[in-house]
Structures are given as C-alpha cells and as structure tokens.
Design a protein around this ligand. Structure first.
Ligand code: HEC
Length: 306
C-alpha cells in the first residue's frame, strides 16, 4: 500500500506535465506532442526527476521512521492502516456480503445431501446499476419516443449538412484544387469580372473582345470543336487545343482558379451573337450531353453510314 501513493503521484504528475505542455506550446490544431517530438524528451526528464524525488523521499522516510520511539511507531502503523480507509469501507458496503463467521445467520433450512444455501442480499453495486438502467430507459423513452429526439437518420442528415458546409469552406480556402473534372461554373460577379480581365489580357488577340473569333473559333455560338460546357472549356484552356492550331495550354500561365474564372466568363459569352462573329466550327454541343448519350449518338451515326 505504501508504494501505491508513490506510483499515483508520479502518474498524476506526468499527466499534469503533459497537459501543461500541451497548453503552453502553440501547435495549432495538432497535438504538440505529435508536432514536436522534443516534448517526449522533456517529459522523459520530468519523469526522471519525479521518480528520483519519490525514491529520495521514501529513503528519507525510512531513516526518520527508524528514529521513532515505540509509541510513535504504533501511531504511524495505524495511520498507514487507515490510509484509503473510506475506499475500503465503501467497497465492503457495495458488496454487502456476510463475513464467514456470521454466515450461520443467513443459511437456509434446505439441506440437499449436505449442500446448503445462503440467503445473501443482492450486492448494492448490482442493485444500483439495475435501478440506473430503469431510470435510463425512462429518460430514453421520453426523449426519443415522446419528444421525438433525433434518430440515426436525423443524425446522419445533420452530419451530411455539416460536411457540405465544411467542403464549401474548404473549397473556398483552396480555390486552386480544382481541375477539369471538378470545376463548376462560377456565377459570382467578382469571379466573372476577374475572368473578363484575364480574357482581355490573354485571349482577345485570337478570339476577339466579343468572343466572335478571329484566329481562334467563335466562342459565342452553339458549336464547339473541343466540346462546350464548363468542364470541356476548362480542359481546352488548361491543356490547349489540337496540336498546331495555335491554342496553347494555359496551365503554365494561369492558376487553376484563374482558368475556372476565365472559363466561366467564356460561358457567359454564349448566345451574345456578335455582329462580326465567325462561322460556326465543330459540332453542336448540348449541356445534357452525357458520355452515354455521346456513345449512343456515335453508334447510330455508324449504323447509318453502313
Ligand atoms: C494564339 C491565338 C489564341 C489565343 C491567344 C487563345 N486562343 Fe483559344 N483557341 C485558338 C485556336 C486556334 C483554337 C482552336 C483550337 C483547335 O482547333 O484545336 C482555340 C480554341 C479555344 C477554345 C475551344 C473552342 C471550341 O470550339 O472548342 C476555347 C474555349 C478557347 N480557345 C479559349 C481561349 C481562352 C480563354 C484564351 C485566353 C486565356 C484563349 N483561348 C487564347 C487560338 C487562341
């Protein structure tokens, strides 16, 4: 029993040191102990001193003890014995078992070939646990069945809604993580204004201010050589047109967020029908053209050829 206190003190001290360090060291959202492995070393030193302190204290205690007179030693022994007294007492109470000497009081009359039964009380720890489950069941019933507390589906929906908010926030903070497969049309005036500025700086030489086309094709009509829609347009601007046609890959000059802005701006040019617009080139592109439909169209085209 004597050493228990030492162990508890060291453990408690280590926990205290750990949280103190976590509190003091600024490590952002991460645990400081993960971010800075040096903290392990600091805790190691703390541990060393805590153990050393306990050893020295125990040795000192022994020296002092031997110097005590008999009277004092006896007092010391009772103090030792009463250590954790209330825990021991509570433990006994919770078991409520009869000591062997008193078993005679609760033995039942039945005698099965010498086997006899004791009429013990239910252990209070067990009984209280049982009462607790009854209370829990009552609260549970009222909360979930009568007052319609959230069920698992509601919880899932809340979490999904939260996840959507988190994703939106994440995208907001990481605008350059988009590519042709994830890009979406940006409809905010600031994005479109930025897109227009990028277009004016880089694209008018070949596509004209109006988008009507010059060296490059008309961007305002329904016809697209390399496919319309935000994802195809993004891809064309990012990766460039067909080799030798003059449309370079802009991904080295423009950031993904900028390509998304100028792609969105190009989308807004659709249907403006400028007076000096070039003849349509390529094929009609419809927004609902999915991959499957494109494959089907291709097949029917092949069939008619045969
Ligand atoms: C040097 C001239 C030139 C410049 C500058 C230029 N383009 Fe092009 N662009 C072309 C040509 C030529 C094509 C056709 C490519 C092909 O046929 O493969 C084209 C194609 C495109 C297409 C696809 C059109 C379709 O019908 O599929 C888009 C979208 C486009 N350009 C957007 C832009 C944007 C946005 C910029 C500015 C960042 C830009 N272009 C700068 C010459 C240019």
């Amino acid at each position: 029993m004597k050493n228990v206190m030492s162990y508890l003190r060291v453990i408690g001290f280590m926990i205290l040191a750990f949280f103190l360090l976590e509190f003091i060291v600024d490590s952002g959202e991460e645990w400081a102990i993960v971010k800075y492995p040096i903290i392990w070393a600091v805790l190691g030193v703390v541990f060393f001193f805590a153990v050393a302190f306990e050893i020295v204290a125990a040795a000192l205690q022994r020296v002092l003890y031997t110097g005590l007179d008999d009277e004092a030693k006896k007092r010391y022994a009772t103090i030792e014995e009463n250590q954790f007294g209330w825990i021991k007492k509570k433990y006994k109470e919770m078991l409520d078992s009869k000591p062997i000497e008193k078993e005679q009081e609760i033995v039942l009359d039945h005698n099965y070939d010498g086997i006899r039964e004791l009429d013990n009380n239910l252990p209070p720890w067990w009984k209280y646990l049982f009462y607790a489950t009854i209370v829990f069941a009552g609260v549970y019933l009222v909360y979930y069945e009568i007052f319609d507390g959230p069920n698992q589906i509601d919880e899932l929906e809340t979490e999904i809604a939260q996840a959507k908010i988190d994703i939106a926030k994440y995208k907001e903070n990481n605008k350059d993580l988009i590519d042709a497969s994830t890009v979406e049309f940006l409809d905010s005036p600031s994005d479109l204004a930025a897109g227009k500025a990028i277009y004016t700086d880089n694209c008018v030489a070949c596509h004209k201010d109006s988008g009507g086309g010059g060296i490059g094709p008309n961007l305002t009509d329904d016809y697209w050589i390399l496919g319309g829609g935000i994802k195809n347009i993004y891809n064309t601007i990012s990766e460039g047109g067909r080799a030798g046609k003059g449309m370079i890959a802009w991904k080295t000059d423009l950031k993904p967020s900028e390509i998304a802005q100028v792609s969105s701006y190009v989308m807004t040019l659709h249907g403006t029908n400028p007076a000096d617009g070039k003849e349509p080139e390529g094929e009609i592109w419809k927004e609902e053209d999915t991959l499957e439909e494109a494959v089907k169209e291709n097949e029917t085209a092949d069939n008619t050829e045969v």
